[in-house]
Design a protein around this ligand. Structure first.
Ligand code: FES
Ligand code: FES
Length: 230
């Protein structure tokens, strides 16, 4: 029996597609391509996305459960996170974001939750020296990674040059975006995206500031760049 949800094999004209099918055609080329894409996602990509901690999850009898089962029932899974040089043993629902793990479970509340949708950058942390939006990343994916939050930027009592420059250049007003701005600025300088004001603005554009402290933030990044070894 023909599958009524998709065009028949003989129908290869876009004119024969419904609106939904046309959308799929635009995204994936053809229904066959879409099916292939979904198969790949369900297989290899899922293994990469879910990470080693989730894939080794087992039940009480020691049997390994499919990763999808573990994720679906929300059972807590034990794993380790290395944050600011310290190993933390956690046991969390695999759907917990890195931001929630930091704030709600590890009392590291420096990273802020602004939009929780990857749009404001308030939650920016460094993972293996690269900046990410921690609200968009599952904590369980980061077992084995070096995670640095705003609490780990300074060297003891010695502020990081970026932190010092934010103070000297008055790079914040309410301060809500500041932890994310500073983490992002540290990576931005390491990346070398600081050759001009325009380049700094472009590469810091993922970090929004509702107070509009942008000119001071750019000035702080320039000052910190000059203070850091090349
Ligand atoms: Fe993560 Fe806004 S809270 S980007
Ligand atoms: Fe207030 Fe940036 S200092 S949001």
């Amino acid at each position: 029996m023909a599958d009524e949800s998709e065009p028949t094999e003989r129908s290869d004209s876009p004119a024969d597609y419904s609106a939904d099918q046309l959308n799929e055609l635009l995204m994936f080329g053809s229904p066959a391509t879409r099916r292939q894409f979904l198969k790949q996602i369900a297989g290899t990509s899922a293994a990469v996305t879910l990470g080693p901690a989730l894939l080794r999850f087992g039940n009480a009898e020691g049997q390994t459960l499919p990763a999808t089962t573990a994720a679906a029932d929300g059972a807590a899974i034990p794993f380790r996170l290395k944050i600011n040089g310290t190993e933390h043993q956690v046991s969390l629902d695999p759907r917990t974001t890195l931001l929630d793990a930091l704030r709600e479970h590890l009392d590291l509340t420096g990273s802020k939750k602004g939009c929780d949708h990857g749009q404001c950058g308030a939650c920016t942390v460094l993972v293996n020296d690269r900046r990410i939006n921690s609200c968009l990343s599952l904590a369980i994916m980061h077992e084995g990674d070096e995670i640095t939050t705003i609490e780990g930027i300074a060297q003891g009592e010695q502020l990081h040059p970026v932190q010092q420059a934010f103070i000297e250049q008055d790079g914040f007003q309410c301060g809500y975006c500041t932890p994310g701005q500073i983490c992002s600025a540290v990576a931005c300088i390491k990346e070398g995206h600081v050759k001009s004001d325009a380049e700094i603005r472009e590469w810091m554009s993922g970090n929004l500031c509702r107070c509009g402290a942008y000119p001071n933030i750019v000035a702080a990044i320039k000052e910190a760049t000059a203070a850091l070894p090349a």
